[in-house]
Ligand binder design. Structure first.
Ligand code: MN
Length: 291
């Protein structure tokens, strides 16, 4: 049984995004708790998309561009340009602030995915960190090229940090049929970023704007793309807790979120300074607290 949910259409810094996670009926897939498919969108010459400094707690951001580039800055002092084929992985732990700047149209339409991984209890109160991986493991499969962003696919393992047992793979499908072996202990989901894919045994058709949830206990998944397609396969052991997510924070309780929000508003060194020339993004009020 495959459950297909419609993504929520949102706008992030003027960029159209399809928010595939979280959805009401599906909050997490493994530890994956947020999936935004951004663009593709052409932006006018001479303009850039800039996401000003904002905080995170309790999650890892995974940035994967299909087209375009951006500069990541964070309060650890990192400054890193990311290009297609490269991975930025930022671990928030107890708190970090970052900005993403200078996405422009020099390289064609801006297109990518921004994903969050919920951190487990044993690391979510810990130190923040940032990793850039200029190269990732790539494998040729029948009718496909797989890039392992996080976790492993068969013998191939990504060097990216992982605090839980989860996996993220980019699959570029050529016309035809491709079978991918997966871990039976993982639940899996698929988003399509380009083209259309049929998940063969279930005859489910997936296009951009859908999240196809495949559940647990599959040992392989077969994709068919008559005209070629590109997708992300996400999976992992079901997450240990129910997460509480609001704005840029992933926690377990509203009190934890209020505490993080107060710290951001007061300019506390819990989040630090990114060194960006852009003004910090002010946080909204939490809906459950009336002051
Ligand atoms: Mn962010």
């Amino acid at each position: 049984m495959i459950e297909v949910s419609e993504s929520h259409a949102a706008d992030v810094m003027g960029m159209p995004v399809r928010r595939a996670l979280p959805r009401r009926q599906r909050r997490t897939v493994g530890a994956w708790c947020f999936v935004d498919h951004m663009g593709p969108v052409s932006i006018p010459d001479g303009t850039t998309i800039d996401t000003a400094p904002h905080p995170h707690v309790g999650l890892q951001t995974v940035t994967w561009l299909l087209n375009g580039e951006a500069v990541h800055r964070d309060s650890l002092g990192s400054e890193q340009t990311i290009r297609p084929g490269q991975l930025n992985l930022m671990t928030a732990g107890n708190g970090i602030a970052h900005s993403e700047e200078g996405m422009d149209g020099r390289h064609g339409p801006v297109h990518g995915v921004q994903l969050w991984v919920a951190q487990p209890d044993h690391t979510r109160h810990g130190a923040s960190a940032f990793e850039h991986h200029a190269e990732l493991p790539i494998v040729e499969l029948p009718n496909a090229i797989a890039t392992v962003l996080v976790g492993s696919l068969g013998e191939l393992a990504s060097p990216a940090r992982r605090d839980t047992d989860h996996v993220g793979v980019d699959l570029q499908l050529r016309p035809g049929r491709t079978t991918v072996g997966v871990d039976t202990a993982h639940e899996h989901a698929v988003i399509v970023v380009d083209g259309a894919v049929r998940i063969a045994d279930d005859q489910v058709h997936v296009v951009p704007g859908h999240l196809a949830y495949l559940g647990l206990q599959r040992s392989d998944i077969t994709f068919e793309a008559s005209d070629g397609a590109r997708l992300l396969l996400l999976g992992g052991t079901p997450f240990e807790s129910t997460v509480s997510m609001w704005w840029n924070f992933v926690a377990r309780t509203h009190d934890e979120i209020d505490e993080a929000n107060d710290a951001w508003r007061s300019g506390s060194d819990r989040f630090g300074d990114t060194g960006s020339r852009l003004a910090r993004i002010p946080s909204p009020d939490t809906p459950w607290r009336h002051s």
